[in-house]
Design a protein around this ligand. Structure first.
Ligand code: DQA
Length: 157
């Protein structure tokens, strides 16, 4: 029993799952004054390269469908050590995604390119904020790099 627990810790998954919600596949053409010209793939590949030296492999899923994201969070249990999630507008509405994240036992970081608190009132609420380890918003692409730094730090604890 103890040996199994030790083995589980030694061989604990070192996968970082990046989840991207609705419309983030449109980065690069979507509202570039707010989100910039960098595409989602470019953000993910930058994080992938930065994560590798820490022994973290990056898996990425983007979906415009809430259920896909919920199932990806379920599937991450026992597979991913951490989730970095930009849920797009689902951030402000999805109690179902929030409930799914609450079940995930690993590190969880919410990320946003823009600063929703400085934008329209409907963006001021994050249903996810209460179930993640922390939220990073407003730094453009740097938000993802800061999220990775947080993941590395929290996994080292
Ligand atoms: C976003 C902010 C959300 O309010 C918006 O709906 C998005 C992108 C961001 O990264 O700044 O789709 O999550």
């Amino acid at each position: 029993m103890v040996a199994r627990r030790v083995a589980e810790e030694v061989f604990a998954p070192r996968e970082l799952l990046i989840l991207s919600g609705p419309n983030l596949d449109q980065l690069g053409v979507r509202d570039i004054t707010v989100y910039g010209r960098t595409t989602l793939d470019e953000h993910v590949e930058r994080v992938r390269a930065a994560a590798a030296p820490f022994g973290l492999s990056v898996r990425h899923l983007q979906s415009n469908f809430e259920g896909d994201l919920i199932e990806a969070v379920h599937d991450a249990r026992g597979r991913s050590a951490a989730i970095v999630i930009n849920a797009g507008a689902l951030t402000h509405t999805s109690w179902a995604l929030t409930d799914a994240l609450a079940i995930f036992p690993g590190v969880k970081v919410e990320v946003h390119l823009s600063n929703p608190a400085a934008r329209e009132p409907f963006r001021h609420v994050s249903t996810l904020a209460g179930v993640v380890d922390g939220s990073i918003a407003g730094f453009g692409g740097l938000s993802y790099d800061l999220a990775l730094a947080a993941v590395v730090e929290l996994l080292a604890d």
